[in-house]
Design a protein around this ligand. Sequence first.
Ligand code: AMP
Length: 282
Amino acid sequence: MRVYTTIAHYQKYLIRVRAKKQTIAFVPTMGALHVGHLELMKHAQSLADRVVVSIFVNPTQFNDPEDLTKYPRPLAKDIHLLEQLGVNALFLPTVNQMYPKDLDLSVPVQLDAWATVMEGAYRPGHFEGVVMVVHRLLDIVRPDILIMGQKDFQQKTLIAEMIRQLKLPIKLIAHPIVRESDGLAFSSRNVRIDPSRRSDAVALRSALLLAKKSISTHSPDQIKEKCIHIIADAGFRLEYFDIVDHQTLRSIQSWQDTETPVACAAAWLGEVRLIDNEILSE
Ligand code: AMP
């Protein structure tokens, strides 16, 4: 696998790939790779000639400085996993490469309606950072296909909207949530869950599954109330539980409001913030 730490160096690779008329599928990550990330990369391998992965712990999307400092960075292990998988190239930029002081990196999109609800309401500035970094990465990596996880459903929806508004020639593919054997969504944060509370963590998933089971018999509000109880009873401190339209992210009051309702939740278990979601109509 080739590792590129500068844009200039990566661009030489890009020219070679383009000369061979090969396609690129791109998986942006913040490292600390787990099975969930690797599944996205395997999916990428089935869709394009080359798979490019980036590892960049993006400072502009962390609204909590402590979260940024605590973010795990096991780079040697990550590189080993990528090599084992047969990923073609790793883009591993520095903050200075990504955000040079003399560049205007603002992105001309209107995403407030997507960026201010749910995650955006609890993590002010988070999505401005996400949009800036993904836009910058796409501009450098120039993929044909971008693969993102349904685990970060709001992020994926926001990036889909950015691609739509900017008319970027990139196909966004959402990969389903990859879960541990007990149903907890794989996350770099799971290693920080206190082992004595690990079994409580599954309640987030249980609540979402109950929501899915209940759509023919209960209203969105009734489901929200039940799920909020389940999550709180397991000892979580809930931030939000909402049922939204999959595209607009608007909270729904009745099942008639959307063709594809998605239940989304974020909650703290001790010191660890977990998010999860479920498409209710599948
Ligand atoms: P991150 O490194 O957390 O920024 O994640 C990089 C990409 O992997 C994002 O598109 C995430 O949505 C995706 N991802 C992370 N965990 C999972 C998971 N458990 N299932 C599916 N996709 C995931």
